[in-house]
Design a protein around this ligand. Structure first.
Ligand code: SIN
Length: 485
């Protein structure tokens, strides 16, 4: 075990203000070398119900505080994350694998959700509604939903938790978090900082465990949980959606994507290449908003591919702690197999790797070479499925309408991107693409202040921004009668 070199390591779950040990534990592995970082408490459905009970008990007192009072505690929590940024970033790189510079960026991104919602909840305004009837006065108010469940993924071990917990706690809800089994350490570390900041017992609970289905089902089945927010795959999201029907929960589902990245002939070539790299290779290709299909118009295709290949070939592969590394390991062996299979199938069907194309010599068991594939066609599986690896498939197209048709030829609709210098085209294409988010001449679009989320099979609801706060609030309409004229 390697706990000595890392700070803020907690191995117990956190329920009702207490650190809960368990006789059974599971391993947390470093994806860069397969070593065991530590072992963490392995809880299940019954402990999840204990956490829900704690959150339910804590709710009335937390909701009764003013938004300003809650915000003061949350701001302190966000500050503590920044004070401990380096320790959190090293923990993140150890359990998730991303390059240290990206981990530092994620700590700042994660803390920003807490800080921003701490202020935004002060503006959870209702409405005074002009009454159409004499003698009546109508208003609507906003109230916290109640106990919330947050099921988080491994690819952003802090930010995908704070994006849910920030608005929940700021609006007066209490939360039970289930972090991914691959990355529980960041969740537990920020819980420790939450205690230091003054978050009361029961307001934030972290249930660690390997059996995600049992914990997820316990959260869905319990009527005391009034809202569930999940980030992860579309099949799991659909299961949770169905399981929540019985208790009619409010839902936010941030699911899979298949982002098109369109480069028109009139694009700024260098900007488009840099945007494609930023979007595609962030977190070693393991984000829901990564460019999944590069659609490139015939007039610029060869120049774009040449420049992209040159830059991708120069990327440095290695452990996230290595100097200058931009491509880390994939999360596990299953991910390596999936990416390898998608690439091999495409090559067998006629695609060609201008760089990369397989397991990386740095460590072929855990690292996949940053890859550019040309001659890709829509029939290939990697055009249709989320790759979640450092592979950029390029498809050539002729007309604007072809690009829109190709972009929309998917059940997913999370992020999308395109590069063009024609203002009219920018409006037309942005409106025609079926996606929740569009980057126009920009490859990095995520920010706490903008609504993040998808359409079609990419999910429901929005996170971040005032829309993200609203997901944790109920609107209550009050009708005052007998007021007089
Ligand atoms: C995700 O991959 O789900 C989130 C990425 C982001 O917030 O940019």
């Amino acid at each position: 075990m390697m706990t000595m070199t890392l700070e803020l390591v907690e191995t117990a779950a956190f329920i009702d203000g207490l650190w809960i040990e368990s006789e059974t534990t599971f391993e947390v592995l470093n994806p860069a070398d397969g070593t065991v970082i530590t072992r963490v408490a392995d809880l299940g459905a019954s402990e999840t119900r204990v956490a829900i009970e704690a959150a339910h008990r804590a709710f009335p007192a937390w909701a009764a505080r003013t938004a300003k009072a809650r915000g003061a505690i949350l701001r302190k929590w966000s500050d503590l994350m920044l004070v401990h940024s380096e320790a959190l970033a090293r923990l993140m790189t150890a359990e998730q694998g991303k390059p240290l510079a990206e981990s530092r960026g994620e700590v700042a991104y994660g803390a920003a959700f807490i800080d921003w919602f701490a202020d935004e909840a002060k503006r959870a305004y209702g409405h005074a509604i002009p009454s159409p009837m004499p003698g009546k006065r109508l208003v609507s108010i906003k109230q916290p939903v109640g106990v919330c469940a947050a099921i988080a993924p491994w690819n952003f071990p802090i930010a995908m938790i704070t994006r849910k917990v920030g608005p929940a706690l700021a609006s007066g809800c209490t939360v039970v978090v289930k972090p991914a089994a691959e990355t529980p350490l960041c969740a537990l570390a920020i819980a420790r900082l939450a205690v230091e900041a003054g978050v009361p017992a029961g307001v934030l609970n972290i249930v660690t465990g390997k059996d995600s289905s049992a914990i997820g089902k316990a959260l869905c089945d319990d009527a005391r949980v009034r809202k569930l927010s999940f980030t992860g795959s579309t099949p799991v999201g659909k299961t949770l959606y169905a399981q929540c029907a019985g208790t009619m929960k409010k839902l936010s589902l941030e699911l899979g994507g298949n982002a098109p990245f369109i480069v028109f002939d009139d694009a700024d070539l260098e900007a488009a290449v840099d945007g494609a790299i930023a979007s595609k290779y962030r977190n070693t290709g393991q984000t829901c908003v990564c460019a999944n299909r590069l659609l490139v118009q015939s007039g610029i295709h060869d120049a774009f591919v040449a420049r992209l290949t040159e830059k991708v070939a120069a990327m440095k592969v290695g452990p996230g702690t290595g100097e200058g590394v931009t491509i880390g390991p994939l999360i596990n062996a299953k991910a390596m197999r999936k990416v390898g299979d998608l690439v091999n199938e495409a090559i067998l069907a006629g695609a060609y790797a201008t760089t990369g194309g397989g397991d990386d010599p740095y460590d072929p068991e855990r690292f996949f070479s940053p890859t550019v594939l040309i001659n890709v066609t829509p029939e290939m599986r990697l055009f249709q499925e989320e790759i979640f690896g450092p592979v950029a498939p390029v498809v050539k197209f002729e007309t604007e309408q072809d690009a829109i048709d190709l972009a929309n030829a998917t059940p997913f609709g999370l992020a999308s991107y395109f590069y063009s210098r024609d203002v009219g085209r920018c409006w037309r294409v942005a409106e025609a693409i079926e996606a929740g988010m569009v980057g126009i001449n920009e490859g990095l679009i995520s920010t706490v202040v903008a609504p993040f989320g998808g359409v079609k099979d990419s999910g429901l609801g929005r996170e971040g921004s005032s829309e993200g706060l609203n997901e944790y609030l109920e609107t209550k309409y009050l009708c005052f009668g007998g007021v007089g004229a």
